[in-house]
Design a protein around this ligand. Structure first.
Ligand code: AR6
Length: 189
């Protein structure tokens, strides 16, 4: 089975597996969004379809009131019909665009991931979160770099004091992506 799970020293369970994130029952699921929260394709489209019209409606309302999100920005809506309580919409860097490649893009994703985990724990009071491989699909970040960045961020967050989160699930519908993440998370122990 294409999966991996371990517990960090601070007691956070981290898992990586093949699956459809719209079916997850964690307090929060994360959406890989664009800055206008137009949930058309990729995981955003899947979440919008499975969660019902409410999600796009809340998202559009958010943009009308607050304007577009910046790259690396986040906001949240309810989970609509999904099992999760909240969805965090996170805008990853587009690989290769406007300097968002190599080091800069990677650091943007790294900071975004830390912000997502902190926001889930501190603002939404979540204990559990499911997250897709942000930026690795339509936004084109190479899978190994995406996986390495996730690994660094998950380690940094889950080994800090009093994280609030007890469970982080990295869920992907694509077997190649899951393979790359398992290789990264296993390889570095
Ligand atoms: N469950 C889990 N993982 C999924 C699912 C799913 N249902 N569907 C796709 N993935 P992407 P991005 C994985 O393209 O690269 C949207 O149109 C997929 O295999 O959704 O950040 C937005 O509106 C990949 O590894 O996000 C933006 O315009 C990962 O999710 C743009 O795409 C991310 O792929 C964002 O691009």
């Amino acid at each position: 089975r294409l999966s991996l799970a371990y517990r960090t020293a601070k007691g956070v369970t981290v898992s990586v597996y093949l699956g459809d994130i719209t079916r997850e029952d964690t307090d929060v699921i994360v959406n890989a969004s664009d800055s206008k929260l137009r949930h058309g394709g990729g995981v955003a489209g899947a979440i919008s379809v499975a969660g019902g019209r409410e999600i796009q409606r809340e998202s559009t309302e958010y943009i009308q009131q607050n304007g577009e999100l910046r790259v690396g920005g986040i906001c949240h809506t309810t989970g609509g019909r999904l099992k999760c309580r909240h969805i965090i919409h996170a805008v990853g860097p587009v690989w290769g665009r406007r300097g968002h490649y190599s080091r800069h893009g990677i650091e943007t994703l790294y900071k975004l991931l830390l912000d997502v985990f902190e926001y889930a724990a501190d603002v939404l009071k979540a204990k559990s979160i499911s997250i897709p491989a942000i930026s690795s699909g339509i936004y084109g970040m190479p899978l190994d770099l995406c996986a390495h960045t996730f690994h660094r961020a998950v380690e940094a967050f889950s080994n800090s004091d009093d994280t609030g989160l007890t469970e982080i699930r990295i869920v992907n519908i694509d077997a190649d992506a899951v393979g790359a993440f398992i290789l990264e998370f296993c390889g570095a122990g």
